[in-house]
Design a protein around this ligand. Structure first.
Ligand SMILES: NC(=O)c1ccc[n+]([C@@H]2O[C@H](COP(=O)([O-])OP(=O)(O)OC[C@H]3O[C@@H](n4cnc5c(N)ncnc54)[C@H](OP(=O)(O)O)[C@@H]3O)[C@@H](O)[C@H]2O)c1
Ligand SMILES: [Zn+2]
Ligand SMILES: [Zn+2]
Length: 357
């Protein structure tokens, strides 16, 4: 595995162009600096953001790009100033690997809103090299952006918590929506949405899933514990549910009308946008004014919230619902994700895929 002084060559699976097809790619990792931790990747979840990025849907993709930001790994080597981690620890890495550390968000422990944040892939690190993500044998990550997994939590089950889990936990926490008894809506039952149902239920909320079809009804109610299930095209049921929700977590990854969902909110209700959508969304202002409703957005969560969320999931016994695959299936997995055909997160068994062979 090399020593602290040597640059290491690793194999990852990279998209080479906007077709988004991933194939093996060899690159080097920086030396393990004083604050750095060198991890061997165990597994990594596939988030819809990876799909947006490999296909350049946001127009800011750089190639070759090794995606993957729901990473669980084992610590192999630590730098001289690393105090929080030791060799053998099982740790998580999410969307970010860097921030400026002295702006207002950084000083308030909400470094995800730092203007100089560094993404775990498709970005440039402080050494000038491209960052590469978790669909790879190994990563070198600053200790600030690592979290230790609770003992006994399975790496595969934990991976989706590192983006999907904290993405729903953070706004519920920030907007004062953790108290029990609230009525919440989860719009779009995918990777983020299914963790939304589980986390909101564990907070004691009455949870309504709002889905584009009837296909996920049985699972949503029987396996994920949703209280109600609405199909967004069912105008009658949507009408009956008007004015009933304190918040909606909107995870739809494509342009969609907002008004049908704004109508579901009560006075002061919040529509929290999660989807990364590259087309303008529309609504007429009375939809907000006549009910003092709020449309907002939220971006992942801080390292502090990630730790809190993992503790919350451990305490409540929450896990993700996943389909574990090997790396040679990843392109099919991306196609299936695009077609809305996954229950509810793909997790790549990276260590078991033997990328070096
Ligand atoms: N804000 C953040 O920090 C953050 C973090 C993670 C992800 N995201 C973004 O959040 C969005 C959801 O991510 P995800 O990983 O949960 O995605 P996902 O697993 O693909 O789930 C999205 C869900 O949206 C619904 N949907 C409606 N129209 C769709 C369409 N045309 N294509 C695909 N799905 C459609 C589907 O649910 P139904 O079948 O129930 O309709 C689908 O399961 C993405 O845009 C992603 O980039 C943002
Ligand atoms: Zn993500
Ligand atoms: Zn900052």
């Amino acid at each position: 595995m090399g020593s602290l002084e040597t640059e290491r060559s690793v194999v990852g699976w990279a998209a080479k162009d906007p077709s988004g097809v991933l194939s093996p790619y060899t690159y080097t990792l920086r030396n393990t600096g004083a604050e750095d931790v060198y991890i061997k990747v165990i597994c990594c979840g596939i988030c819809h953001t990876d799909l947006h990025q490999i296909k350049n849907e946001l127009g800011m993709s750089n190639y070759p790009m090794v995606p993957g930001h729901e990473v669980v790994g084992e610590v192999v080597e630590v730098g001289s100033d690393v105090t929080n981690f030791k060799v053998g620890d099982v740790v998580g890495v999410g969307v970010l690997v860097g921030c400026c550390r002295n702006c207002r968000p950084c000083e308030s422990d909400i470094e995800q809103y730092c203007n100089k944040k560094i993404w775990s892939y498709n970005d440039v690190y402080t050494d000038g090299k491209p960052t590469q993500g978790g669909f790879a044998e190994a990563m070198v990550v600053d200790q600030k952006f690592l979290v230790k997994l609770p003992d006994g939590m399975s790496p595969e089950q934990a991976a989706p918590l590192l983006c999907a889990g904290v993405t729903v936990y953070s706004p519920l926490s920030h907007f004062g929506l953790k108290k029990s008894g609230l009525r919440g809506g989860i719009l779009g039952l995918g990777g983020v949405g299914h963790m939304g149902v589980k986390i909101a239920k564990a907070m004691g909320h009455h949870v309504t899933v709002i889905s584009s079809s009837d296909k996920k009804r049985v699972e949503a109610v029987e396996h994920l514990g949703a209280d109600e299930y609405l199909v967004s095209s069912d105008a009658t049921r949507m009408q009956e549910a008007a004015d009933s929700l304190d918040y909606i977590i909107d995870t739809v990854p494509v342009g969609h009308p907002l008004e049908p969902y704004l109508s579901l909110l009560k006075l002061d209700g919040k529509l929290i946008l999660m989807g990364v959508i590259n087309t303008p969304l529309q609504f007429v202002t009375p939809m907000l004014m006549l009910g003092r409703k709020i449309i907002t957005g939220s971006f992942i969560g801080s390292m502090k919230e990630t730790k809190e969320m993992l503790e919350f999931c451990e305490e409540k016994g929450l896990a993700s619902m996943i389909e574990v695959i090997k790396m040679d299936y990843i392109n099919t997995a991306f196609e299936r994700l695009k077609k809305n055909d996954v229950r509810y997160r793909f997790v790549v068994d990276v260590a078991g895929s033997k990328l070096d062979q």
